[in-house]
Every structure is written in C-alpha cells, then in structure tokens.
Design a protein around this ligand. Structure first.
Ligand code: ARG
Length: 564
C-alpha cells in the first residue's frame, strides 16, 4: 500500500536515514500543490550542517520509485508527487479489501470507557450529549480497531439526595404523575424539597435517615422506592440510547461500589495514606500541588472520589484494562487528577493508563423555543424529537413520496444533532442551531447522509455489468478521482488516529472531506454515456465511496438511509 509507511521505507533506504529520523515524520500536505507526501528537513539541519532547503534539494535528486512522479524541494520540505495511475491502481486493491479484514491494532487489549454516566432521578439533559456521543463513538472506533471494549454507564445512584427524593415523594408525591411523567416529575419533587427544607430544616435530617436505610438495605420501603426511581430513570434513558444506537456492557454505578468501600479505606489506612482533617479523612496531595482528596466524611460516609477509587480497582481486576477512559466534562478535571494521583500513591502504576477525556459545553442556539419539562431544563429526548420533526417537515416538502419517511427523519434528525457535537475538537464549547445542523448542503450530518444516498442511487441506476469485473486504473487517474481515492484509502489510518487522540472529530472531518471530494468527482466525471471501461472504473470508485462512508458514519453514530 502506498501510504506514509511506504514512503518512510523509501526515504530510509534511499537516503540512508535512521528509523527515528523518518518514522512518524511524513506529512500529508493540506494542498496537493505541495505534494502528496512531504518530509520536513528542519531537524536534520544541525546534524548535516546545511540549511533545510539545501538538504531537501539534495534528497530530491536521490529519490526514485516507480510510484513517484517527481520530488521537489520547497521551503525546507521534500515534496513528493505520486504517479496518479500507479497510486490509484494500488488504492483499488486496498479499497477492495476495506472492511473485510479484522484490525489487529487492538488485538488482546481491553479498553473500558466510562461514558454518558447519567444521574438517577435527574434529567438526562443536553449536557450529557457530549459524553454520550463522544464515548459512544470512541466505543465503535475501538471496536473497529480490534480492541475489546467495555462500555460502562457509571450511574450516579448513591448519596443523600436519594433520601431527599424519598422524603419529597412521601410528603408531596403523586404515584400516578410519576408513572406518567417519569423523571420530570421526580425532578420537580426534588426541587420542592429544597424550597421546603429552607423553611423546615428537619426535612434534611429525615432525608439523611432515609438514605441510611437505603445504605443498610434492610428497610423494605426505602429499598423499594430507591429501586423504583432507578428503574424509571433507566427505562427513560434506554429509549434515548436506543435512538442514538448506543450500547453499554455495564450499568455498574456508584451504588455498586458501596460494599467495596471498606476494603479501599482499609488499604489506604494500611498504606498510611489517610490523614485526619477537620473530622474527615483524606489523602494529602500537597507534593503534587493539589488539594487533599476527601475519602470519608465526618460521619464516615464515602464520597464521589472514594467510589471512583473502588471503581478503578474493580475495573482493573475485572477487565485487566489496557486503558481506562472517563468521558466526563472538563469541570471534573481536578477530581480525576486526584483520583489518579491517589491510585499512584497506593502503588498502582496502571494509574497512567487511566485517562480523563474532557470536553466543553454544549448549547443549542434558539434553545429557548424548546420545551422545558421541569425546572427550565431541556431534556435530550426533546431535542432529538424537535430535530426529527424538523427533518420530517423537510422531507414532506422535498420528497413527500419517500417510503419509511418517519424512519429516515429519525436518522436525519438524530444524525444532525450527533454530528453537531462530533464535528469540532471536543474541548471546544459547542453551540449549534437546529436549522444549520439540518442543512443538507453545509458541513452537516445530513450532508454526509445525502452524499451516501447519492452514491447509492447512482449505483442503483447502473447496468449491473458495470459493477463487477476488473477496473483499469487509468480511467480514474484524473485529478478529482485521484484526490478522492487518496482520501478513501486513508480512512483506517484516520480512525486509528481518532482513537489514539480520543477525538472522533478527526474522523468526522475526514468523512466530510470524502463527501466533498466525491461530489467534486461526480460533477466532473459522468458515468452514464461513457464507454464501459470508463463507466466501470468510475462506478467502482463510487461503490468504494459508499462503503467507506457507510462504515465511517457508523463509527460516528450516524444512520445511513438508502434514500432520503
Ligand atoms: N454522574 C456523573 C455526572 O453526571 C459522571 C460520572 C462520571 N464517571 C465517574 N466514574 N466518575 O457528573
């Protein structure tokens, strides 16, 4: 395959460069005017006592390969231009095998991903969208790369707030309303608790007592109510997960670790890491310039961090992870630094394999028009509904006879939202409008879907005999075909880079580039009305575009309708 590794091989062999001087240093110029591959010569300048451009000029005279058209020195770079037909011929082989072989990158390695991780009896709101989409996409990417992936929804299902929820239910709750409106009803009750507790402080004590009962697990009513809240919340959340095409292998949340806390505390004590501070117990992290990590409250109750310590140990011993990822908002950066640092002090070197994958905030422009079910909070489900409805309106306008309209509208509407959060680098705050996200022409989810549909419909209309047999690369060696082929063959490399950097947006951008390149290719190269040989070659490239787009879109959680 003619890729970066292939070029590295040529450079090290023909220029006599050592491995570390070339490996990982080949770049792909953003514009083909600067070559199809480029090698920066700046680092060699000192050692060879020549200017980067002199080095590049010298190298340029020494490189020869049947796949290379010419090599030029420019601005300290060695720019390599491929022979288009040789490259396309090679690309066709790679593309034919695309998606058929199992990737080996992740063989024998397990990655645990903690994502979405919603809180019980709290809204599954738009703020959870980033974690859910980024984590869900990384899950698919790692799976594609051959890793064993364990997706965990680390539920927020522990703490005094559940005592408060019980008190509120018993004081003002209406079973039927809760059954009807689910979490929205629970959220209102919880808010009422806080208002009332200002006037009646005894409610707080009652809440603590109820939570104690949940903790003991001996009080039937407490356990029943707690489980009811949990079931309600999960049933609701699972509907959204299904719509997003997201799966979890475990729903072990904070409550799951409650019986594993004593052992962790014992261990911290035995390792002499626990210190008293104002009645509470903590692990000091002064030497790492961090505030102490609180482990036990003055009443002996565990904290969020304590449960995460138990959880990380559990994940290591249960799954033997190669990496343990937490897709959680940047606001929790200190929390995770503390947890990982405490694990380090406990002697667990695998703390270096624990990674907090941070992201910014998401908001929807004009979100004020979205309904709020409880306490001014926009539920994610309502955002998905609004997008789906808008997509349906567009379809009714443009293509009212489309079969399975509702299904397609769902794929397009949800695709628009998911794309909106996966298209930019994750640490940036995202704000997008439903209008723009649903635009079929912009850089959007629907644009990718539309391009895929376009490929499919072109192929459907063709004579079957054009879709098989050998393809002569010389018919697709023009610039736009070549540029498209160049992008298509890089998809696996890009998926791997997205996984390595925990950044699905790298793949999202790549797919947009492919879609644009395809639309350019198709504008310049008709298929119908050409000789069979030409039509066949262009049809093959169209077919490969469809295959690559489909796989790529699955990896970023986009549905791939065949018509729209
Ligand atoms: N439930 C938490 C929240 O909504 C996120 C949990 C993240 N995972 C973890 N292991 N701490 O903020």
């Amino acid at each position: 395959m003619i890729d970066k590794i292939f070029v590295e091989g040529i450079l090290s062999k023909q220029l006599g460069l050592a491995g570390e001087e070339v490996v990982g240093r080949i770049e792909i110029p953003t514009t083909s005017a600067n070559g199809d591959f480029a090698f920066p010569c700046f680092r060699l300048s000192k050692q060879l006592k020549k200017s980067p451009n002199e080095i590049a000029a010298d190298f340029a005279t020494r490189i020869k390969d049947s796949s290379i058209d010419r090599v030029e020195a420019k601005g300290g770079y060695l720019n390599i231009y491929l022979k288009r037909d040789a490259f396309v011929k090679d690309a066709l082989k790679t593309l034919k095998a695309f998606g058929t072989k199992k990737h080996t990158e992740g063989k024998g390695k397990t990655i645990t991903i903690d994502y979405s991780s919603i809180n019980i009896a709290k809204p599954f709101h738009i703020g959870h969208l980033m974690s859910t989409a980024i984590g869900g996409s990384l899950y698919k990417i790692y799976e594609y790369l051959g890793y064993t992936v364990v997706g965990v929804n680390h539920l927020g299902d522990w703490g005094t707030q559940f005592g408060k929820q019980i008190v509120a239910y018993k004081e003002w709750g209406d079973k039927q309303d809760i059954e009807k409106r689910g979490v929205a009803s629970l959220v209102e009750l919880y808010q009422k608790f806080h208002e009332e507790a200002k006037k009646r402080p005894e409610l707080d004590q009652q809440a603590r007592d109820w939570f104690k009962k949940i903790e003991d697990g001996t009080d039937k009513e407490a356990t029943q109510l707690f489980n009811w809240f949990k079931d309600l919340s999960l049933t609701e959340a699972k509907k959204t997960y299904e719509r997003l095409g997201i799966v979890f292998d475990s729903y072990n949340g904070e409550a799951f670790y409650s019986d594993k806390i004593p052992a962790v505390v014992e261990e911290l004590r035995a390792k002499k890491l626990l210190e008293h501070s104002q009645g509470a117990e903590c692990v000091k992290l002064d030497e790492l310039d961090m505030p102490p990590c609180l482990v036990l409250k003055d009443d002996g109750a565990s904290l969020y961090a304590t449960r995460d310590l138990a959880c990380a140990k559990y994940r290591k011993s249960t799954y033997g992870f190669y990496k343990n990822l937490y897709v959680v908002a940047y606001q929790q950066a200190l929390h995770f630094r503390q947890v990982f640092a405490v694990l380090g002090k406990m002697g667990y070197e695998w703390n270096k394999d624990c990674v907090h994958i941070q992201f910014g905030m998401v908001s929807i422009e004009g979100g004020g028009s979205l309904s709020t079910r409880a306490g001014n909070i926009v539920f994610l489900e309502d955002v998905l509904n609004a997008a789906t409805q808008k997509a349906l309106d567009t379809i009714n306008n443009k293509n009212p006879k489309l079969v399975e309209k509702e299904k397609v509208a769902e794929q397009v509407g949800i695709g628009a939202i998911v794309f909106g959060v996966l298209c930019g680098s994750r640490i940036k705050d995202v704000s997008f409008s439903l209008e723009k996200a649903l635009n079929f022409d912009g850089e959007t989810g629907p644009y990718l879907q539309y391009t895929f549909v376009r490929c499919k419909s072109i192929l459907k209309k063709l004579d079957k005999k054009l879709l098989s047999g050998t393809v002569d690369a010389k018919h697709i060696a023009d610039e736009s075909s070549f540029e498209l082929a160049k992008l298509l063959v890089r998809t696996d490399e890009i998926a791997s880079e997205a996984g390595e950097k925990y950044e699905p947006s790298i793949l999202t951008r790549h797919l947009i580039d492919i879609a644009k390149a395809f639309n350019r290719f198709y504008l310049q190269n008709r298929i119908v009305g050409e000789s069979d040989a030409v039509a066949k070659a262009r049809a093959a490239l169209t077919q490969y575009t469809a295959t690559v787009l489909k796989k790529g879109m699955q990896l970023i959680l986009l549905g791939t309708p065949e018509e729209m």
